[in-house]
Write a protein that binds this ligand. Structure first.
Ligand SMILES: C[S@@+](CC[C@H](N)C(=O)[O-])C[C@H]1O[C@@H](n2cnc3c(N)ncnc32)[C@H](O)[C@@H]1O
Length: 294
């Protein structure tokens, strides 16, 4: 009877504290970070502990888990993929905005595109393949599509071009597909592009024009997949501001795969704060965070 009473008080006190933060033990944090690392390559160091607690609170509560261990047990038992999907939607950082690190867009327009287009014209080939890996909520690939439309102008119809944009987060991909953004995301969009490629919506929101949307194909893709399923290599790959979340061996292996999926003469763009280790992959250094395959 006493034992039952004590068990009841325990549950009662858990219920009473349900509005306070569910805390995480060292062991629970290690379990969750190992899943995130194995499945998504994201390296959650000790400093990310409070981030994990904060970002997963709502999820635990919505499923009525009282502890992170309960949540973890459910996560590993689920074989539908739904629990992992919810986890990465919460854990991934999707921060981005239009024309972020704008020097890359200038280089893309002034150097990479003209150079690749000249080679393709010479070879009588019109199938221009661009991949924006880790495209988050779409600002990056839509920006690239705008630059491309401007660059080709009327000639665009003669090209089989377009952008493949991939990310692991379905939440980010859904936002991308809607193409509707708060005005502050457009702060770096040149005014001519803003006028041409955005439509005013309610409450100051801005929607990307259909002419741009149709040039970008969004797909869910995990960069940790053993194999990249693409039949043909890309002329240009953007993979910016995601490798910062991976450890060095994961980055090295990933960059090698990107290299194998770049056409000779093609370009590889990474984030300004990222770099490729010299000697690890034979990409040629062009300028900070821009590389080329010889
Ligand atoms: C900070 S955003 C970068 C967005 C954009 N590339 C930029 O530079 O502004 C990082 C993105 O990487 C995605 N990501 C994280 N791990 C991934 C993985 N294993 N596979 C694919 N995408 C991943 C996240 O969902 C997130 O949208």
């Amino acid at each position: 009877m006493e034992a039952a009473q004590s068990q009841y008080s325990k549950l009662q006190s858990q219920a009473d504290t349900s509005s306070s933060l569910i805390s995480i033990s060292d062991q629970e944090f290690n379990l969750i970070r190992s899943v995130v690392y194995e499945k998504f390559g994201i390296n959650l160091n000790d400093q990310k502990r409070s981030l994990v607690v904060g970002r997963l609170q709502k999820l635990l509560r919505s499923h009525n888990f009282l502890t992170f261990k309960q949540y973890y047990d459910n996560l590993v038992a689920d074989n539908t993929g739904q629990a992992l999907n919810e986890l990465i939607n919460r854990i991934s950082t999707n921060y981005t905005f239009f024309f972020r690190e704008s020097a890359h867009f200038d280089f893309f327009r002034a150097k990479a595109l003209p150079e690749i287009v000249a080679i393709m014209k010479r070879d009588n080939c019109r199938d221009l393949r661009i991949w924006c890996a880790a495209s988050s909520s779409g600002e990056e690939p839509y920006g690239l599509a705008m630059v491309m439309l401007e660059y080709f102008g009327k000639e665009y119809g003669m090209w089989d071009a377009g952008i493949l944009a991939t990310d692991i987060s379905t939440r980010a991909l859904n936002m991308a597909a809607s193409g509707v953004y708060a005005a502050e995301k457009l702060g770096h969009v040149p005014s001519a592009l803003r006028q041409r490629y955005f439509v005013n919506r309610e409450n100051g929101m801005q929607e990307v024009a259909e002419s741009v949307k149709k040039e970008v194909t969004f797909r869910r893709f995990n960069l940790m997949n053993e194999r990249f399923p693409f039949k043909r290599p890309f002329h240009i790959i953007f993979c910016r501001n995601v490798m910062i979340y991976f450890d060095q061996p994961t980055r090295d292996a990933l960059v090698r795969k990107f290299y194998d999926h770049t056409v000779p003469g093609g370009y590889f763009f990474i984030g300004h704060s990222e770099s490729i280790r010299r000697g690890e992959v034979p990409y040629e250094y062009v300028m900070p965070s821009v590389y080329r395959k010889n």
